[in-house]
Design a protein around this ligand. Sequence first.
Ligand SMILES: [Zn+2]
Length: 186
Amino acid sequence: MKFRTPETITAEELHKMLDVIEHRILPLTEDFVRKGHNLFGGAVLDPVSLDPIVVGSNRRSDNPVFHGEVETLLRFYEQKDRPKAEETVFLATHEPCCMCFSALAWCGFKEAWYLFDYTETDKDFNMPDDLIMLKELFGSQDIRRRNSYLNLYSIKEAAKQSEDAERLMARIESLKEKYKALPVVL
Ligand SMILES: [Zn+2]
């Protein structure tokens, strides 16, 4: 498969990822948050069309390790005729925590994208655990987004370089407001 990078991804493809978040992941998350779960979500995408093969959203009240990414992986591996992980694209609404980033590597994903970064999860969503856990458990301030297992890219960084940057950034800001409005219990 042909991998995308922030330098090669098109504006249309970035809009498609935002469509998946807005129209497929967020409605599921709105439902799950009302049941006491957290606001993080994910999707496994077809590598060509970027259509979602599965979407998932955090189910922390059922099990604290059922993060948005883990829940998406559980759904993905329930599918009988699924493609190989390395032949798909992983999409996360928020930058994957150290557990979920490792899970993506264990599964064999090669290309992953996220919308909101650790700093936003900390400051805008008041959840600093990604950064605290990195420091406390691994003595690290950050993850290695480009490594021999997979590459993890920021949708926002790619959007800033895009020919349609203004519209993409406006959509991202609007999505952030929708996420911030979710009634999550901290
Ligand atoms: Zn996680």
